[in-house]
Design a protein around this ligand. Structure first.
Ligand code: ADP
Ligand code: ADP
Length: 246
């Protein structure tokens, strides 16, 4: 098993299939870029992993742990399965208990909380001294060691983006999910923040799945690229494998 494993995962909204019997495994430390046209199911895939949607079918594992789906349960007594169908039970780990970090537009920084408190938000249950150490650690990591007491509106767009990444990394997730993370940045800033982001993910050995509609971006950041279409991953491989295909 990898950092993230999906087996036969399907999700429809009413009659609209969004993700169809999808299998995917992302290795520890790997950065996977997902591209594909609007409506092909990229966001739904991330939302399933995050626990913001429930799959209709299939199994999702994060860091080796089943977070959604069905898993065979071992019968209680040696005789209990005799003459019965195999016992299965639905498994569900809620979003806040999953080892998943999110960098989504709709999870922008809380404007009324300082940078430090934004980062502490995801560290519920961690001792205060440890929280403070983590805040320092992730702010150093994103090269913004002095901004803990500032508020989001006092930071530039690029700085806010780096804080969003710092917040996602603070709980040490098994996988970070990024949905069009650079789309709100202007052209001149985008390449720079993109490079910084990849450097930070590499430095921490963080596994990430990044959704983009931009081929250049996918090429720049992805160890592998997944091309989605109509709810399935049509092609999956290194940038060379995917883009040199006829
Ligand atoms: P992408 O991120 O690639 O643009 P989405 O995952 O957002 O694709 O959408 C996949 C399909 O599911 C599309 O047909 C979309 O219209 C549909 N869809 C997405 N979210 C919802 C929703 N909340 N309710 C109904 N249909 C949805
Ligand atoms: P629900 O559990 O009801 O689906 P969420 O917790 O996903 O709600 O999100 C509620 C609101 O709080 C959303 O608008 C989201 O953008 C925001 N939000 C959730 N988590 C965070 C976070 N860690 N930092 C900042 N904003 C967040």
């Amino acid at each position: 098993t990898g950092a993230l494993d999906l087996t036969g995962v399907s999700k429809s909204y009413g009659d609209t299939p969004a993700v169809r019997a999808l299998d995917l495994s992302v290795a520890q430390g790997e950065i996977l870029a997902l591209i594909g046209p609007s409506g092909c199911g990229k966001s739904t895939l991330l939302r399933l992993v995050a626990g913001l949607e429930r799959p209709d079918q299939g199994t999702l594992r994060v860091g080796g742990e089943v977070v959604a789906g069905t898993a065979s349960a071992v019968p209680n007594s040696p005789n209990s399965s005799v003459g019965h169908a195999p016992v299965t039970r639905a498994q569900w780990v809620p979003p806040e208990k999953r080892r998943v970090g999110l960098v989504f537009q709709e999870h922008a920084l809380f404007p009324h909380l300082s940078v430090g408190d934004n980062i502490r938000f995801g560290l519920d249950g961690v001792r205060r001294t440890e929280q403070d150490a983590r805040v320092r650690e992730v702010l150093d990591l994103v090269h913004l060691p002095h901004v803990a007491d500032r508020y989001p509106h006092e930071l530039s767009g690029g700085e806010q983006q780096r804080i969003a990444l710092a917040r996602a990394l603070a709980p040490r997730p098994a996988v970070v999910l990024m949905d069009e993370p650079f789309s709100s940045l202007d052209e001149s800033l985008r390449a720079r923040v993109r490079t910084d982001t990849v450097d930070i993910l590499r430095a921490t050995g963080t596994t990430a799945v990044l959704v983009t509609h931009d081929q250049t971006e996918a090429l720049t950041v992805g160890d592998r690229i997944g091309v989605m279409r109509d709810g399935v991953i049509e092609q999956l491989g290194t940038p060379v494998q995917v883009f040199e295909r006829p």
